[in-house]
Ligand binder design. Structure first.
Ligand code: ME8
Length: 520
């Protein structure tokens, strides 16, 4: 539509997960973070397209289905439904959910293959080398090692097996110089910088042509004009990002979203997104994404989660135990985005009680209940602002600019730190102004202090929407802010609360986490 065409577009994606099992906390983490980034840009006025989905082909899916004694399509259907259910449970605002088993995706993957072939970048040969089924990745022998258990492992610590078969190859080696020049010209293409450095040094060390088809199984997208081969799962997986934007129909109403503004992924799949994907796109003559951001891993008390250790955390259980916004806030605040982080009960309880219940919850509850009791449940009158009033309101407005800069670099934790610094300062302001004492000595000044506090809460609640959307909405409801007045343009002074406007009865928004009583 005309309105969306005139706004700046913003296309953001998560990785698409393998539905060979149920979603785990790593998947939840990536989706929540990407959701916060997408919501931020939407609230900031952009025309956002946010994509997530499932990566359903490949030998890993097939092996899991065999182990479970079910058809691979049934495995994909069953678990893709779990990933969709997780997106709902996490309140993800994705605009689409792509499944690579969808017919349109076959068309799209075959189209990019043909474009690469037409460029002369695909040839038939024989592959002999190491393959990790768990990573769905080919590794050079020098990247592998035999450990004391006699098993050979790849660089991510997963076992590799020897593969020898006829295969199509992509002339990746031809792209080494073009990729290096591209990284040079676009220093922000890969973030954070540690990941960028790894990518650049891997490409500098020399690229070999990449095997891009398999013949020993058929759970994949057929290679055009050679039905004996299916595409290597990563060729089809990466293509999801353009399929969803309408490819190969570049006249599609969604094609204006391409190139993606940012692909949010975990650090283990940086090589695919920062090397293979741009090379495929260069070959096919398609514009490159603007940025790839690799987040860290979430561990359970420092240990890698695995089914065999039995410490895998179920995101559904986590949300029902602690509350959705509590989980979202914890993950986004506690772990600097881009670094590894830890999950622990103590840490989530501490964030829930200290930041949400005590700091933000009490600020809202104390000011709004004083307003209900002493000002008759309407927005208080505002007298002349004192310096202290002006200062806290200005700090709240300035947090938008800080958050905007941080979010544009995926520094989600920094945006939250700036917003919660306002909350901490507002609590000091409220305590220092002692509105309960002013009630007798200077009731007009009391109203101005309560007004200033409520207006600060409004600004903070607006800014909190990307991270804790349900709770922020409740706070804005308590301030009677209409739903169409919740964009970031409303943070400004001219949209401040209007004295005399009726407010609903206050109620607490952030419950404290209380340890369940031990069973008797
Ligand atoms: O890699 N902490 O799928 P996947 C944080 N299908 N992130 C984690 C994590 C953890 N403990 N474990 C996994 C794939 N992830 C491919 C992607 S994209 C075209 C194809 C992240 O289900 C992981 O890094 O193994 C990846 O970004 C995402 O979850 C899906 O992982």
């Amino acid at each position: 539509d005309g309105a969306s065409m005139s706004r700046e577009k913003f296309y953001i994606t998560t990785a698409i997960a393998y539905p060979n099992g149920k979603p785990h906390i790593g998947h939840a983490y990536e989706l929540i973070a990407t959701d916060a980034l997408a919501r931020f840009q939407r609230l900031d006025g952009k025309d956002v397209f946010f994509l997530t989905g499932t990566d359903e082909h490949g030998i890993k899916m097939l092996q899991t289905a065999r182990k479970e004694g079910i058809a691979v399509r049934d495995l994909a259907d069953r678990n893709a439904a779990e990933f969709q259910r997780m997106a709902e449970a996490l309140n993800a605002s994705n605009d689409d959910f792509i499944r690579t088993s969808q017919p349109h995706h076959y068309e799209s993957s075959q189209a990019i293959w043909k474009a690469m072939a037409a460029k002369g970048d695909i040839y038939k040969g024989g592959y002999a080398g190491w393959y990790s089924v768990r990573d769905e990745a080919y590794y050079g022998e020098e990247e592998t090692e035999v450990r004391v258990d006699g098993v050979r492992y790849g660089p991510q610590g997963t076992p590799v097996e020897w593969v020898e078969e006829e295969s199509y190859f992509f002339r990746l080696s031809d792209y080494q110089d073009r990729l290096l020049a591209f990284y040079e010209q676009h220093p922000n293409f890969v973030g954070p910088s540690e990941r960028r450095n790894e990518v650049v040094s891997f490409v500098r060390s020399g690229l070999k042509d990449l095997s891009i088809s398999r013949t020993t199984f058929d759970w994949g997208i057929p290679v055009p004009d050679d039905e004996k081969h299916v595409m290597y799962v990563w060729v089809d997986a990466l293509t999801n990002y353009i399929t969803a934007a309408g490819y190969p129909d570049t006249g599609s109403p969604r094609w204006h979203y391409w190139p993606a503004d940012v692909h949010v992924i975990g650090k283990d799949i940086t090589r695919f997104h920062a090397i293979y994907w741009p090379a495929f796109l260069m070959s096919a003559g398609i514009e490159l994404p603007k940025r790839v951001f690799s987040h860290g891993f979430v561990f359970n008390r420092g240990e890698k989660m695995s089914k065999s250790v039995g410490n895998v955390i179920d995101p559904f259980a986590l949300v029902s135990h602690y509350g959705l916004d509590q989980v979202r806030y914890f993950l986004l605040r506690e772990v600097p985005f881009g670094q590894d982080g830890n999950y622990s009960h103590e840490a989530i309880v501490n964030r829930t009680n200290a930041d949400l219940a005590n700091d933000l919850g009490n600020l809202a509850q104390r000011s709004l209940s004083m307003i209900a009791k002493n000002v008759g449940g309407v927005v208080p009158a505002r007298g002349e602002f004192a310096d202290a009033d002006r200062a806290i309101l200005d700090q709240a407005s300035a947090a938008l600019a800080t958050a905007r800069k941080a979010m544009s670099e995926q520094a989600i934790h920094q945006a939250l730190a700036a917003i919660f610094a306002v909350v901490a300062e507002a609590n000091r302001y409220f305590a220092g102004q002692e509105p309960w004492a002013l009630k007798k000595t200077d009731p007009a000044r009391m109203e101005t202090v309560l007004y200033t506090t409520a207006e600060t809460v409004r600004r903070v609640a607006l800014l909190c929407q990307p991270y804790i959307p349900q709770s922020a909405a409740k706070l804005l409801d308590l301030l009677a802010v209409p739903e169409d007045a919740r964009g970031f343009d409303r943070v400004a002074d001219e949209h401040a609360l209007v004295p005399g406007a009726a407010l609903p009865a206050p109620e607490p928004v952030f419950p404290r986490y209380v340890e369940p009583a031990p069973a008797a």
